[in-house]
Write a protein of this length. Structure first.
Length: 421
């Protein structure tokens, strides 16, 4: 039931006018100017004016405030009054409804894209994501924060996200823009499962951004070039540990990040195997690397052990961190190899090219050694066991082969199917 105490001031038949509201003068004590249907203007001695409504609900008298004039005009106050009366007609307390809406608004404000993104990053870090994966996620998402970071994640629309991504794309960083969209999609999916968003708007933007043509990382891929590269590494006059890392990388051809983060505890020299934990791998699956006699010899040249640093290749600044991600590429630049000629990642392309050219190794065994994931989980599990013995032989053969290339020996390949002249 609507109602409330009588007010000392009354308005005309049609209620207050905008002029009457504007001209209301403050007095020594607060007073009310009634409008209609229970709406009134409370005028404070300070001159501040509030729109209010008195009503009864559940046998109790209550007062609902609609805000201050002139922020809320007379017409807007009447609309808010009508909304409140409709709630009362449905048996809903408008004051309690206003309190719930305020809580929802507060939650929405705290559930910003950035706050949820920070939660998601902390989650994957706790779950054991590779440090480089966590670092890249932070870097990518930080680029979108200026546009949508403070926005409630449930209110972000696909067009709004697209506009933010287009700003990155406009700088011609096409790959970065696409990777940001992917990272945003993961944040939205996390928000959905944690009941703070209804849908993944980033998924709606698949195909909306420019997708650049894949550009393969620079790498030398011929025997002659490989020999020159390996001899140059032997003559490297920088930090000895950097030279050791490059030499080992040529034999094991793992991803540079996997080598930089290598720890002593991962190596079983008696079994001649290096087992890289899943969190350090790109695909999140543990990977075993057979170690050739040459690889083990190179490991023996490292002067420190786990008591000095858990890492084979620690940073010069902190023994608790691995070497910088730019160290190996910088060393290649110092050796005279431009960034469009050779990168640390290029050792993988070199090994893949020459091993396939040999024609004596199963291509699937080569792929397994490169840790290229098979989309079929049953086939992937089968391949791990089937090709292990071949991979052991292949890795020793590879080390012997690149030793020959380093020495400048000519590699003679058989020409099957051709008769001697």
């Amino acid at each position: 039931m609507l109602g409330g105490p009588s007010v000392p001031e009354t308005s005309g038949k049609n209620g207050l006018s905008a002029i009457a509201v504007k001209n209301a003068k403050p007095r020594d004590k607060a007073f009310k100017l009634s409008d209609r249907d229970g709406l009134y203007l409370l005028v404070k001695p300070s001159g501040v004016r509030y729109w209010r409504m008195n009503y009864r609900f559940g046998g109790q008298q209550r007062t609902l405030s609609f805000g201050r004039w002139p922020e809320i005009t007379l017409g807007e106050a009447r609309d808010l009054l009508l909304d409140a009366r409709r709630l009362l007609a449905k048996g809903i307390d408008p004051l309690e409804q206003a309190r719930l809406e305020k809580i929802e608004q507060s939650l929405a404000a705290s559930n910003t894209f950035q706050s949820i993104a920070d939660e998601w990053i902390a989650k994957i870090e706790t779950e054991g994501a590779a440090p480089m994966t966590v670092k890249k996620a932070r870097w990518l998402l930080a680029k979108i924060y200026p546009s949508i970071g403070k926005r409630p994640i449930a209110e972000i629309s696909a067009p709004e996200l697209l506009l933010a991504l287009k700003k990155v794309e406009a700088t011609k960083r096409y790959d970065t823009a696409n990777r940001i969209r992917t990272a945003c999609s993961q944040v939205f999916r996390y928000a959905i499962v944690s009941a703070r968003a209804g849908r993944d708007v980033a998924a709606d933007l698949r195909g909306a951004l420019i997708t650049p043509k894949t550009k393969h990382r620079a790498a030398v891929t011929t025997s002659k070039e490989a020999g020159a590269l390996l001899r140059a590494i032997d003559d490297y006059d920088g930090m000895p540990l950097t030279r050791t890392a490059l030499r080992l990388l040529a034999h094991v051809f793992v991803r540079p990040g996997e080598l930089r983060w290598a720890e002593w505890k991962e190596f079983d020299l008696e079994r001649k195997v290096w087992t890289i934990p899943g969190p350090k791998m790109k695909m999140g699956v543990a990977h075993s690397v057979p170690l050739s006699a040459q690889a083990i010899e190179i490991l023996g040249e490292i002067e420190h052990d786990a008591s000095y640093s858990s890492y084979l290749f620690p940073s010069l600044r902190s023994l608790s961190r691995p070497m910088s991600d730019n160290t190996l590429n910088a060393a290649l630049r110092r050796l005279g190899f431009a960034k469009d000629q050779m990168t640390a990642h290029g050792f993988r392309a070199l090994a893949a090219t020459l091993l396939n050219e040999m024609g004596i190794w199963n291509p699937d065994a080569i792929e397994r050694q490169l840790a290229h994931a098979d989309g079929n989980s049953i086939r992937r599990a089968y391949a791990r066991g089937q090709y292990w013995s071949e991979r052991e032989r292949m890795m020793q053969h590879w080390s012997d082969h690149i030793d020959q290339l380093r020495s400048g020996a000519e590699i003679i390949r058989p020409r099957f199917g051709h008769s001697a002249s």
